[in-house]
Design a protein around this ligand. Structure first.
Ligand code: FES
Length: 150
């Protein structure tokens, strides 16, 4: 249907029939969902505080492509058919934490996940590039990411 949007956030289906064309994904997440982990930092795509994982089926490749996206720059009307994952979608104390959470908590005792075992240290560093941390410093974050590297 014209103007009809269907997408998922952390596995929860959303279907919108009226969308403000200027609304960003960040604004939608913060005001119309329980998923508040995304933050408005710079609002210009420079800090990474609003980063989400965006997954979209590519019919030409017949596979799901995953991208990180700055939700402050992503118009809501551009995500039709996409699946969005915020950090809430990675797990929590009720359903269990993702291995990246555990590793971030215990950087001295990393718990690598098999899915991340092929990540190199360089790739780990690249993966967190563009995410500006203003609260804890970079070392613990970088160490947690590198704990998944081979
Ligand atoms: Fe800084 Fe989106 S708020 S990149």
């Amino acid at each position: 249907k014209k103007g009809h949007l269907v997408f998922a956030v952390n596995g929860q289906r959303f279907e919108l029939f009226t969308v403000d064309p200027s609304m960003t994904l960040l604004e939608f997440l913060r005001t119309q969902t329980p998923f508040k982990s995304v933050k408005l930092g710079c609002g210009e795509g420079g800090c990474g505080a609003c980063t989400v994982l965006l997954s979209k089926y590519d019919p030409l490749l017949d596979q799901v492509e995953d991208f990180t996206a700055s939700s402050c720059l992503t118009l809501l009307c551009s995500i039709n058919g996409c699946s969005i994952t915020t950090t809430e979608g990675l797990g929590n104390s009720k359903v269990g934490f993702h291995s990246i959470h555990k590793s971030a908590e215990k950087t001295d005792r990393p718990e690598p996940s098999p899915g991340y075992s092929k990540l190199t240290v360089t790739e780990a560093e690249k993966a967190i590039a563009g995410n500006l941390c203003r609260c804890t410093g970079y070392r613990p974050i970088a160490d947690a990411c590198k704990s998944f590297a081979s």
